[in-house]
Design a protein around this ligand. Sequence first.
Ligand code: SF4
Length: 348
Amino acid sequence: MNTEISKAAVDALVKNKNLTDGEFKALLQTGEFDGYLFECADKVRREHYGDEVYIRGLIEISNYCKNNCYYCGIRAGNGNAERYRLTKDDILSCAKEGYRLGFRTFVLQGGEDMFFTDEVICDIVSGIKKEYPDCAVTLSLGEKSFDSYKKYYDAGADRYLLRHETANNEHYSKLHPESMSLENRKQCLYNLKKIGYQTGSGFMVGSPYQTYETLIEDLRFLQDLKPDMIGIGPYITHKDTPFKNFESGSLCLTLRLVAILRLMFPYVLLPSTTALGTIHPQGREMGLKAGANVVMPNLSPTSVRKLYTLYDNKICTGDEAAQCIECLKRRVESAGYRIVTDVGNVKK
Ligand code: SF4
């Protein structure tokens, strides 16, 4: 029964029809048509983005964070984390190397580190934009006020990534301490859109206490938000968190969701995440074949890469940026796509 529903659900998504919760659930539960689902997602991706894969140079600017999300390896309460933060000069030299290697988007990511005041962030963003006006700057620095987001935008930031993680209130409160709220997270996302950012959201697949029902709520929330970018990856356990005994998320379900998201949002920028590459040696290639069109190699200095550990066993923490991009180029080509030197804006 589920099998029949899930095949029909893929066809309905291809025709841009909305699904019922029952149809979504059947699709999420049934792996029998994954091959067909991935084929359809790849076709839609090629209609919008051809065989192009956009690269984003990820610069992890700080692993200090004031928050205590229960799943995160750099949460404030983890006394075992060795902390670091990059200087403006460090960040600019990462961007310089990235530009030389063909990157035209830089993603500044970090915990909610109070050292990075609005003034400091604006100074870094405007510094990069002045040096590389043909590049986009993406920020991924957590929840801020409307005014702060507006200041970064006015300083030149183009995009902002803020995963909602779960759109279900009860589930949200099981993943985060009381000081954090889903309501504020959602408000931040709507504020970012209102300001004019290309906005990205997303969630972990297989996070503790997640159910098919909460996943369907995630898809419904994204239908409402209509983000430009959607980042999903398997939840991966970190040994120094309260969730250390939970299992990591599944490769298959993550790939199924990548493909579903491509069909639901044909235009979207959808990364094949490092977390996918961490749970399976060919995870990122599989993600591309399931509809993803972005990869985010690490441009952070090698001396700090191992310290930015949101989860255990993260890949690509040892190689220089130049080695990383060469390895990734080969991987992307082996999957049937090609990395391009392009700012890589959303094609709506
Ligand atoms: S998930 Fe983000 S906000 Fe939460 S503790 Fe980790 S870095 Fe901080």
